[in-house]
Design a protein around this ligand. Sequence first.
Ligand SMILES: Nc1ncnc2c1ncn2[C@@H]1O[C@H](COP(=O)(O)OP(=O)(O)OP(=O)(O)O)[C@@H](O)[C@H]1O
Ligand code: NI
Length: 314
Amino acid sequence: MSLLEIRDLSIEFPARENTVKAVSHVSFEVKEGETFGIIGESGSGKSVIGLAVLRLLQANAKVSGEIYFHGQDVLSLKPSELRKIRGKQISLMPQNPAGALNPVLKNGIQMGEVFEGNRAEKKEGMKKALKLMKQLFLRDPERLCSLYPHQLSGGMRQRLIACISLSFEPEILIADEPTKGLDPEAKAGAVDLFTRIKKEYGKTMLLITHDLDLALEVCDRIAVMYAGEIVELDGASKVLNTPLHPYTKGLIRAQPRNGLVPLSGQSPSRIRLPAGCFFHERCRYSNIECSRKHPEMKNHRGGLVRCCHFRSLQ
Ligand SMILES: Nc1ncnc2c1ncn2[C@@H]1O[C@H](COP(=O)(O)OP(=O)(O)OP(=O)(O)O)[C@@H](O)[C@H]1O
Ligand code: NI
């Protein structure tokens, strides 16, 4: 059963006389217990999808399509109903962990702040959070609570945010770029952290990332985004080990261990998207058809790919 279902989601932002097309006709579902990854270059539209699920986009954002959580239509929830879901049933680990913590509050107080209710309820919340901290490899959590956020390493800060997000026992955790800015050791730690959240807690997760190693280790399925739309969607190992779309192939070649061959060119303007395939100007396999016809999503061996001639590239 799918816990989160996104159908034909488009997100636009007005910009002077123009419109920025941030997300175009995105559809996917996250099943219960599944870790679903969204990968793609900077600006491809990953974060705005996460924000849309929690209705945290700026008020001027124009959102169309449908988002269902447990079959409830999120886009038409009243503010009071939304409050019940936000942070509690759907929790977001934001893209910028430093910004997520208040620098002038000690970590312990910080955690206490997030629990609502009377003293007993707050205490219960803290107890849960401390237990989680121990389980998620934060040694000596009591000492950690007496420190300020800046006294923690990037990896530690991230674990603290994970604990705060998980202490509400959300049904789904949305993690936005959890390894951004972390050193290689902390990155490896993040793989352990998310593997643990997935295996031991059986959490359903939507993992937004640039980090293909993390995606391969942790995700069950992956959607690859380019210029606001999904260009490939399939099992994580299929997408990352036997990619079909030329863009996915390019992303993989750009990885350090594959020789860091960058994708040439830039992604298109989101105000004036090109005719035809959004990727055709950068695609080494493109032909005249690609510059004219916008490719539909095609089914292929259980997965989806948006490319006119992926078959001939295999
Ligand atoms: N408030 C806004 N107003 C105008 N344009 C916006 C706004 N928020 C996002 N965008 C645009 O929407 C597109 C998608 O942005 P988004 O932040 O989702 O990208 P991303 O894939 O998460 O990138 P990154 O990997 O850098 O975080 C970008 O082109 C961005 O410039
Ligand atoms: Ni982002």
